[in-house]
Design a binder for this molecule. Structure first.
Ligand code: ZN
Length: 353
């Protein structure tokens, strides 16, 4: 008997383009969101996006509350929750890079309120996905929240973000290749639930990005357009899958472990990119997909070595040998790499010297 059922939760309004920041109020009205919003932002995004949007709201007779957060911590999530309760708001808006959006997402999940995403940097796929996580001491708090009701990505703002944030977003997308390989492996070996549609979309997204790598250049507004569309598409793949599997495999475990071992040494996307080179090698040996991934990263100026990440070789080895244990997600790392094998893959792929 066929008795499968599935929920696919997607953002309802996705608006990408030059100057679309000024359409945010219209987007909110279109969603019939009533009452007072709480803007969750950080210092620079506040200036370039949150304050101007607040002015639009005030002109329309709505008085938004604002929380400015400095760091992505669990305490920041709690602060946002408290503010939402005392200020009597009815929905949340994350305005900023990954941090502000992750925090708004996690707080809105806890509060059972809708939230919207206004990314000011195209730095990772969390700006559209339903996944959120923040470090909390030695662990990470991670939630499967709802995806944003709306994503308003102003390419003019995104193009002015530091260039390395854009290349990090690209690298996060390129890592879909290995995430999907891990997903297929886990499906075959462990009967993990798999969606061919989601896998194909995630891979195709990475492919389109790589094919357009020539248009991903500093100062080119088109870059943020290409990257943002790819991040949206990757987020949709995760919504279809109902998990982060299409965009997160062993390369993400490697990056999460680096976050613990060398906090804030490198950007999320850059770490997963380097992880992806190595896990592609583990999947594919000498056949060359790892070289394609390395070349693609190289062509957009994303790091391909430990040195370029600013992380020492030993930390890379430690992460490779321990990261399989940080969450219950079967990948090519299986029950863990031993140190010699980890050194071998890191050397062969040129990640360490
Ligand atoms: Zn990622």
């Amino acid at each position: 008997m066929f008795d499968k059922s599935t929920w696919i939760r997607l953002p309802r309004n996705v608006v990408v383009g030059k100057g679309v920041r000024s359409q945010f109020l219209e987007v909110v009205e279109d969603l019939h969101l009533q009452g007072r919003p709480l803007f969750v932002t950080s210092p620079t995004p506040r200036e370039v996006a949150a304050d101007p949007i607040a002015a639009d709201f005030e002109a329309a007779g709505i008085d938004p509350a604002t929380v400015t957060i400095e760091r992505a911590t669990f305490e920041a999530v709690e602060e946002v929750i408290e503010t939402a309760e005392t200020e009597d708001v009815s929905y949340l808006v994350g305005i900023g890079g990954g941090k502000a959006i992750d925090i708004a997402k996690m707080a809105s999940h806890h509060l059972n309120m809708g939230f919207c995403s206004v990314p000011t940097a195209a730095s990772h796929d969390g700006i559209v996905s339903n996944r959120g996580s923040v470090p909390d001491g030695d662990t990470r708090h991670s939630v499967a929240a709802e995806p944003p009701l709306a994503v308003v990505a102003d390419t003019e703002i995104l193009a002015n973000a530091p260039w390395e944030l854009t290349t990090a977003g690209c690298a996060d997308i390129i890592s879909n290749y290995t995430a999907v390989m891990d997903w297929r492996l886990a499906h075959r070996l462990k009967d993990v639930e798999y969606s061919g549609f989601a896998a194909a979309l995630a891979e195709m997204t990475a492919e389109i990005l790589v094919d357009n790598a020539d248009h991903v250049r500093p100062g080119l507004e088109e870059s943020s357009w290409i990257v943002t569309k790819a991040l949206v598409s990757s987020g949709v793949a995760m919504s279809i899958a109902g998990s982060s599997r299409p965009a997160s495999g062993a390369e993400h475990l490697f990056s999460h472990q680096l976050d613990r071992l060398a906090p804030e040494a490198a950007l999320h996307g850059h770490q997963v990119g380097v992880g992806s080179i190595m896990t592609a090698y583990l999947h594919d040996g000498e056949r060359g997909i790892w070289q394609d991934i390395r070349n693609a990263l190289d062509s957009i100026d994303a790091p391909t070595t430990a040195d370029e990440l600013g992380i020492d070789d030993e930390t890379v080895i430690e992460s490779l040998t321990t990261c399989h244990a940080i969450r219950d997600r079967y990948t090519i790392l299986g029950d863990g790499m031993n140190e010699r094998a980890a050194r071998e893959v890191a050397r062969k792929t040129g990640v360490i010297s």
